[in-house]
Design a binder for this molecule. Structure first.
Ligand SMILES: *Cc1c(COP(=O)(O)O)cnc(C)c1O
Length: 352
């Protein structure tokens, strides 16, 4: 479906969650809204959505639908851990910085062990050094590694990097979890099959983001090792994550996956971010803080320029990664992006 390009002055690039629902997800929800259907995931939409994931990943896998990413991550990690275990993650990982302790809470206390990283990427060496640092009874035993793909600052692990991480995990007896709240953006960037970025590279459990990809809500927890999914349904229910009218959490996935919108949406966000970054590169005082590999652009801006942008009505966050963060979603409009670029240009000229 073509993007509506009627200029929309409400459009902001502070977060990919400022956007609305994409037409494919909306149409599927509307189609699901006809008549009655069994509750709690016993309906045909839920079965069809799970099958769409199996087709996408070219394998048998167990799929669960949670309302948001915090719940998906926390419950997936809890399923991989006992309370006396620990989870290795980057110090900038969403599970560490933005989930209010949910992974620790839902795992009954599994500790997150953080690694200081550049751009949020873990390395095999960092995992090994943390996992082998202590093996005595007094320290929570490392059991899981979680990686964010793409990272919170928009860096994408290559397939070789993921494979190297999973090989290290196997050697150390660790499971590998992937926080894919922007999975589509990473997949679009690598141009790879979803299977290659996940189970074929050794990922055990994936949280696949629907909300930032254009849905109203919803993340899918995909278990590539079906044994790990045992009892996961109970975990979801206990945590308040089993939707009674499940068809409305499942149907948008059917719309997204069967139409290919998930990947188109990710590619559009990425392309817009790349165009934006190129247009503002070289403006006096403006510096990109991270390479642009997904739909995020982080800019270091002189304080006066940041204030100037805010005074002109632009919204953006500065608490992640330092600098000003701009996120481009499935619906980012060229004209609106051009307006942001023009404001940055004129503020840069005024400051020079
Ligand atoms: C947005 C996001 C999530 C999910 O957050 P919710 O607000 O709970 O849906 C998870 N991980 C990362 C890296 C994110 O950016």
């Amino acid at each position: 479906m073509a993007l509506d390009q009627t200029p929309d002055p409400s459009q902001q690039f502070a977060s990919d969650n400022y956007s609305g629902i994409c037409p494919e997800a909306w149409a599927a929800m509307e189609a699901a809204n006809s008549g009655h259907a069994p509750a709690y995931g016993e309906d045909a939409w839920t079965a069809r959505a799970a099958d769409a994931f199996r087709a996408l990943f070219e394998t048998r896998c167990e799929v669960f639908f949670a309302f948001n990413g915090t719940a998906a991550n926390a419950l997936a990690l809890a399923a991989l851990c006992q309370s006396y275990h620990s989870v290795i993650c980057a110090d900038s990982a969403h599970v560490e910085t933005d989930e209010c302790g949910a992974p620790e809470f839902f795992s009954n206390g599994s500790k997150l062990l953080t690694v200081r990283t550049e751009g949020g990427k873990l390395t095999p060496q960092a995992i090994r050094s943390l996992a082998t640092n202590r093996s005595d009874i007094h320290f929570p035993r490392p059991r899981v590694v979680t990686i964010t793909q793409p990272t919170e600052t928009g860096q994408v692990y290559t397939l070789a990097e993921i494979r190297a991480l999973s090989e290290e995990c196997r050697r150390l007896g660790l499971a590998l979890h992937m926080d894919g709240s922007r999975f589509a953006n990473a997949c679009a960037n690598l141009g790879c099959r979803p299977a290659d970025m996940t189970w074929r590279a050794g990922v055990d459990v994936l949280c696949f983001g629907g909300t930032k990809n254009g849905m109203h809500a919803g993340e899918a927890v995909v278990f590539f090792d079906e044994k790990l999914a045992e009892d996961f349904g109970y975990r979801c229910k206990q945590a308040g994550q089993l939707a009674s009218k499940m068809r409305f959490l499942a149907a948008p996935w059917v719309g997204m996956l069967e139409s290919g919108a998930w990947l188109r949406n990710g590619a559009h966000g990425n392309a817009t971010a790349t165009r934006f970054a190129a247009a503002v590169a070289g403006l006096p005082g403006v510096r990109a803080l991270f390479p642009v590999e997904a739909n995020a652009v982080f800019l270091s801006l002189p304080p006066a320029m940041a204030e100037g942008l805010r005074a002109r009505g632009w919204r953006f966050y500065t608490f992640i990664g330092g600098g000003a963060r701009f996120m481009f979603g499935w619906d980012a409009q060229d004209k609106r992006v051009d307006a942001l670029i023009a404001d940055l240009r004129s503020l840069a000229v005024a400051a020079a």
